[in-house]
Design a protein around this ligand. Structure first.
Ligand code: TRH
Length: 385
């Protein structure tokens, strides 16, 4: 049973170590806000890199060791051994992505009665094994504590992915005309132009793709949030940089660089485009909720450990496409992840089918349930609520 906000508030600590980029804090911050806003939990978020956090939430001041933002208490986690000034252990403790909790904190968890619900939030994977391992408890070797492994996933029996209750309504009421004027400073492109958003790591395939867009018959309008791919855009257009506010064109391609926006506004970019290139974990999830075709650049791991995850996601997402469209998507995603040269025309000739597939997939994914709701239900049952 999901605790009603009118019930005494459940307290929760989330620990987040920023490994790199924005995904670790991106997921934790989204989860923290949702637990607070939709489930009425009292949330404290420990983060070891407030500068990265500041990019997602400009009201976070990286100089402060303790502050509140959007109803969430934020603590700068400044050393592995530090756990805030008090060791007040809450009802639920979430360690994100295997970051190690401070020993003193674990010892205090073991002393608490009743014991807190201890959850390790794993990275998202669409692979089948995830459902078998989701929520398996593992006893601590020294303390009388169980830790459960919460696996986000794309299929039944997994923890699902994050989705706010008002997301679809916000998407449906999105004012695209106002967005283009405000964010890009131009009128919304016409139906004959394909709008592409490009949020990506450095990618050797990007030059080929940019050249295909430039030389293609159909106009392409490219929106590029400033970041790791910006250098490639600057080189392509022969510019010193491709910083926010820069625009450039070549042949059929027009490109605009955008500034990084606070996280709740990131979805608007995905809604404004016809197709979205996304990466990592959180933007990959948001692209699925955007009801638009998308291309995923997965976070690369040693020994190509990411490739089965890429194929597992493809199997879920393209499961209802006919074989020729399904193979074209797989070819394009593989090319974008380093396998070969991308072929835009081969991929985008399936546009209509991809649009239908995107909406169908979002509906199917919603059937797995929202991650925050699934996590709350688990905690509530463990706490006997
Ligand atoms: O930044 P990412 O590549 O993050 C990660 C990390 O590399 C992490 O270590 C890795 O394990 C994980 O991927 C899989 O990509 P991701 O996950 O999409 O996070 C980007 C976040 O940035 C996401 O929450 C959306 C947000 N964002 C904004 O808030 N504003 C913006 O303008 C943009 C472009 C992104």
């Amino acid at each position: 049973m999901t605790p009603h906000p009118a019930d005494p508030e459940l307290a929760c600590d989330i620990f987040c170590a920023v490994v790199d980029n924005f995904g670790d804090i991106g997921v934790c911050w989204r989860l923290a806000r949702q637990l607070r806003a939709e489930h009425g939990w009292r949330v404290r978020l420990f983060v070891d890199d407030l500068k990265v956090f500041h990019a997602l939430c400009p009201e976070v001041d990286s100089a402060l060791s303790r502050q509140d933002a959007m109803g969430v208490a934020i603590e700068r986690w400044h050393a592995p051994s530090h756990a805030g000034d008090t060791l007040a252990i809450p009802d639920v403790v979430i360690e994100a992505f295997g970051c190690e909790l401070p020993h003193a904190y674990i010892a205090a968890m073991a002393r608490r009665e009743p014991k807190p619900v201890w959850i390790n939030l794993e990275y998202l994977s669409g692979e089948d094994w995830v459902a078998d391992f989701h929520m398996r408890p593992s006893p601590h070797p020294r303390y009388p504590l169980d830790k459960s492994f919460f696996f986000p996933g794309l299929g039944k029996g997994t923890g699902g992915v994050l989705k706010e209750r008002d997301l679809d309504t916000r998407r449906e009421h999105f004012d695209a005309h106002a967005w283009w004027r405000e964010r890009v400073g131009i009128a919304r492109p016409g139906d004959g132009e394909t709008v592409v958003s490009l949020f990506a790591y450095e990618n050797p395939a990007v030059d080929t793709l940019l050249a295909q867009w430039r030389d293609g018959d159909a106009p392409v309008v490219l929106l590029v949030p400033e970041g790791r791919i910006s250098g490639a855009l600057a080189r392509f257009f022969g510019l010193p940089n491709f910083a926010a506010g820069t625009s450039a064109s070549a042949g059929a391609l027009r490109a605009h660089a955008l500034g990084f926006v606070e996280q709740p506004r990131f979805d608007e970019l995905l809604w404004a485009a016809d197709i979205n290139f996304v990466r990592g974990e959180d933007s990959f999830v948001r692209a699925q909720w955007a009801h638009k075709p998308f291309v995923w650049q997965i976070y690369p791991q040693a020994d190509d450990a990411h490739l089965p995850k890429l194929d597992a996601a493809l199997a879920h997402y393209t499961g209802t496409l006919d074989p020729s469209a399904r193979e074209a998507v797989a070819r394009f995603w593989h090319a974008w992840n380093g396998a070969s040269a991308p072929d835009w025309a081969d991929f985008w000739r399936h546009r209509q089918k991809l649009e239908t597939c995107a909406a169908r997939w979002a509906k199917e994914l919603a059937g797995v349930g929202d991650l925050a709701g699934n996590l709350v239900a688990h905690a509530a049952s463990r706490l006997g609520r």
